[in-house]
Design a protein around this ligand. Structure first.
Ligand SMILES: [Zn+2]
Length: 219
């Protein structure tokens, strides 16, 4: 079990990123939710508390199977989806947004295609998981299935889920996803977008790996 210090850091980080999520326009009011895994515990934002009023003591802590360890408020209704992502991936943080551009894509498309090479940072074209009611086991299942080989998924008529090895990484992916969805909308306003092929994306991913390895060799 992680020390209180890990959980306290997670609580503070979650409150800080909730503020960013509203400021960056990725969610409004109390919509969307964030979590961080600390060992075999998950710290998650509560349900129904406006981000403007949220303080670290409001953050809920559960086990990886959802038993409440410290829950001053009701844990987010999407706790099952967060737990399903932790169970299926190596995630240490999960960010769920209700951002406008991805929701617009979700209402019209089966995936967000590779309109910019930066989509390789999410693992490739981002799938849209079929609609299921918020908070349902079906939504958790659909989200995890559509995440295969990706660190992001769009939820039909709902929002998006991104994960990462840290909360900043998961959050940056949510920002990137929203930006890519915006670029796609702008491109479609001009005409039929050119989309990068899998071979072109593979080349980008290989070059990114090569450059990261190069940096490590210089240390
Ligand atoms: Zn939601």
């Amino acid at each position: 079990m992680p020390g209180n210090a890990d959980l306290q850091t997670a609580r503070e980080q979650l409150v800080s990123y909730c503020g960013r999520m509203v400021a960056d326009g990725l969610a409004v009011g109390a919509a969307g939710n964030l979590s961080v895994r600390a060992g075999d515990m998950v710290a998650i934002t509560p349900s129904g508390v406006s981000y403007a009023d949220l303080v670290p003591a409001d953050i809920c802590v559960t086990t990886l199977t959802g038993e409440e360890v410290d829950a001053p408020e009701t844990p987010s209704s999407e706790l099952p989806m967060h737990l399903a992502v932790y169970a299926a991936t190596g995630a240490a943080a999960v960010v769920h947004t209700h951002s406008a551009e991805v929701i617009a894509v979700s209402a019209t498309s089966a995936e967000l295609p590779a309109v910019h090479y930066a989509i390789t940072g999410l693992g490739g074209p981002v799938r849209v998981a079929a609609y299921a009611r918020f908070g349902s086991a079906g939504l958790a299942e659909a989200a995890v299935a559509a995440l295969a080989g990706r660190s992001a998924v769009i939820l039909q008529n709902h929002g998006a889920v991104c994960y990462g090895a840290t909360l900043p990484e998961a959050y940056d992916r949510a920002v990137l996803l929203e930006w890519l969805a915006r670029v796609y909308r702008l491109a479609r306003a001009h005409g039929v977008p050119r989309i990068l092929s899998q071979a072109e994306l593979d080349e980008v991913a290989a070059e990114a790996r090569r450059r990261r390895y190069g940096q490590r060799r210089q240390r």
